[in-house]
Design a protein around this ligand. Structure first.
Ligand code: PMP
Length: 287
């Protein structure tokens, strides 16, 4: 059973409601985080809350709770949730206001958290690898909407995701306006080529993923050379390995990109990093 926290309280689902005048709904005006918890402990909560406040600051949105108050809210909803492992969606909307874009007319931000299950792909995809398509829908340019802001505007990612569904694939890759790889629709992308681990830099349109940062750090610890590098579709088509990372995704191996099979899936570098990731999760979330 999912749990809900809304503006200070744990509430029943029928009371977890916002107004149709909320600008989060009317204009996608708001920010959010997806956070996993394992063993009743939120994973990398500090990093998620730091990114939430940065996203809010970038769009001039005042979060009416301190970090400590949000930590308390997260603990309360995890305690209320029926299972020890799950996914949290923490959303801050601009709040209620009159029709029209002006955010200064909105009274107070609304903050809510949902605790629920989330599996990005089926178990069989996790074992056999995901198939990707490169979407024709491009990642919004940095000067349109900075990819570091985790906003409620996911429509171009949704359009890319639809392209994957229409092509019977598991996930889509978004390119930036220059035609280089940015990221997946809700995940970051890594490839392995000639023993080096490569991932697009944030400046190419990738969200500064918290899982991505962890994988880069773990690669360094394991002595795997990891470089943030601009990648073209060609680099994906000729990769030795490819995998996706994200809070929802965790680590997903990729078996094909635009029908080109990836050489190794799951590959040895993926397997090593997945093992290190799971160990880190255990280490950080033990009671
Ligand atoms: N890119 C996008 C567009 C995302 O929505 C997500 C999920 N938050 C990611 C990448 C992965 O980021 P993280 O590892 O912080 O979940």
């Amino acid at each position: 059973m999912p749990s809900f926290w809304l503006n200070g309280d744990i509430v029943a689902e029928q009371n977890a409601k916002l107004s149709v005048y909320d600008h989060g709904l009317l204009y996608g005006d708001g920010v959010f985080e997806g956070i996993r918890f394992y063993n009743s402990n939120a994973f990398r909560l500090d990093e998620h809350l730091a990114r939430l406040y940065d996203s809010a600051a970038a769009i001039c949105l005042n979060i009416p709770y301190s970090t400590d108050a949000l930590v308390e809210a997260v603990c309360a909803i995890i305690a209320d949730y029926t299972e020890a492992d799950g996914y949290l969606r923490l959303v801050v909307t601009r709040g209620e206001g009159p029709l029209g874009l002006d955010p200064t007319l909105c009274s107070r931000a609304n903050v809510f958290i949902i605790a629920d299950k989330l599996a990005m792909v089926k178990d069989v995809v996790l074992q056999q690898g995901a198939s990707l398509v490169i979407a024709s829908t491009r990642r919004l340019p940095c000067d349109g909407l900075d990819p570091r802001i985790k906003t409620l505007n996911y429509l171009n990612h949704i359009m890319a995701r639809m392209e994957a569904t229409h092509a019977n694939a598991d996930e889509a890759v978004l390119l930036n306006l220059q035609g280089n790889v940015a990221e997946g629709t809700a995940d970051n992308l890594f490839i392995v080529k000639n023993d080096a681990l490569l991932t697009p830099p944030v400046s190419d349109g990738a969200l500064a993923g918290i899982t991505r940062a962890l994988i880069i750090a773990q690669a360094n610890t394991l002595g795997i050379s990891c470089v943030e590098k601009t990648l073209a579709p060609f680099d994906l088509y000729t990769a030795d390995e490819c995998f996706l990372t994200g809070t929802a995704a965790e680590l997903i191996p990729v078996r094909a990109i635009d029908q080109r099979p990836v050489a190794y899936c799951p590959g040895p570098v993926y397997a090593q990093l997945r093992g290190a990731f799971l160990e880190q999760v255990q280490e950080e979330t033990k009671c």
